[in-house]
Design a protein around this ligand. Structure first.
Ligand code: SF4
Length: 309
């Protein structure tokens, strides 16, 4: 059963000079119950704008978002936030330094329900225990917790309204490697116990390979490749996916080892993307026609891919 369906989503920003940044450009995907969808791509490819659009922190320009079959336009914000919540990259930045742990965790509960202080403290204690924090830490402030503990607090807060979907925006990239593994295992445990579905945004392919069931590779707001993890990680089709895997050194396949490196240029400006295939200026196997023709998204070898080859 799908808990989140996104159809032809566009989030565009008008900028000075009448230009438009197409941060999310015609994305479609489905998230199933109890599954994790990884969203990968370089910084600036539109991952965070996608997350903000799903959370109604940015307004969509076009397209549809369905939460459990209900269109987002038919839902109040309160209803939406009972369905979907977000965990941010930097726990210190995202937690109010003047609030105690119990107040941070139950903030969404205080805003969206009529719960009393006593009920909030009880709920905060239960959630602290669930995410592996000691309940006697309930009256402590964020700076009194370690980085990993603060991310546990952020996760506890995201669960307070019993959502079905969590957006995890680079949730472990600010943490030490040993702590990353603990948080990833906690997320797996919570998913199993609470039947949660995750959108897991990351630039780290090895983390996404570990946690996700399906992966969507984004480049300048568009889908490059989207499919089950064994297809994306073991037999990638799109040249951008192959170059990402090659740089991450996580594929042992000869096809990836022998694939040419990404042409050494920076990600083009989303304000002025290349003609034709947006990737053609960096694609190591680009042909002449790639700068002239926009590749359509097609189903090839059981995944969606956008490449003229
Ligand atoms: Fe590379 Fe051409 Fe495919 Fe784009 S369409 S990814 S430039 S081969």
């Amino acid at each position: 059963m799908s808990v989140l369906k996104v159809e032809n989503l566009k989030t565009f920003y008008p900028v000075k000079g009448g230009k438009v940044v197409k941060a999310v450009n015609n994305l479609s995907f489905t998230l199933e119950e109890n599954q994790t969808l990884g969203i990968v791509g370089e910084s600036g490819c539109g991952k965070s704008t996608l997350a903000k659009t799903l959370m109604a922190l940015e307004e969509k320009t076009a397209g549809s978002i369905f939460f459990g079959g209900k269109e987002s336009a038919q839902m109040s914000l309160k209803e939406r936030y009972q369905y979907i919540q977000m965990v941010f990259q930097d726990p210190l930045d995202s937690l109010n330094p003047r609030k105690k742990a119990w107040e941070i965790i139950t903030d969404p509960m205080m805003i969206n329900t009529n719960a009393s202080k006593k009920e909030c403290i009880k709920k905060a204690s239960e959630l602290m225990e669930l995410v592996g924090l000691r309940t006697e830490q309930i009256y402590k402030y964020p700076h009194m917790f370690s980085g990993g503990q603060r991310q546990r607090l952020g996760i506890a807060r995201s669960l307070v309204l019993n959502p079905k979907v969590l957006i995890l925006d680079e949730p472990v990239s600010a943490l030490d490697v040993s702590i990353q593994a603990q948080i990833l295992n906690l997320l797996k445990k919570l998913q199993k116990e609470m039947k949660l579905s995750y959108i897991f945004i990351s630039h780290d392919l090895s983390v996404v390979n570990y946690i996700a069931d399906k992966t969507l590779v984004m480049y300048l707001g568009k889908v490059s490749e989207y499919g089950h993890n064994d297809q994306i990680f073991n037999s990638p089709y799109h040249p951008y996916t192959k170059t990402l895997l090659k740089s991450a050194h996580i594929s042992s396949s000869n096809e990836i080892k022998e694939f040419p490196k990404l042409i050494d240029t920076e990600l083009p400006s989303p304000l002025n993307p290349p003609s034709g295939c947006f990737f053609h200026t960096r694609c190591p196997v680009a042909k002449d026609e790639c700068s002239k023709i926009i590749p359509p998204v097609e189903i090839k070898r059981e995944r969606e891919v956008s490449c003229l080859l």
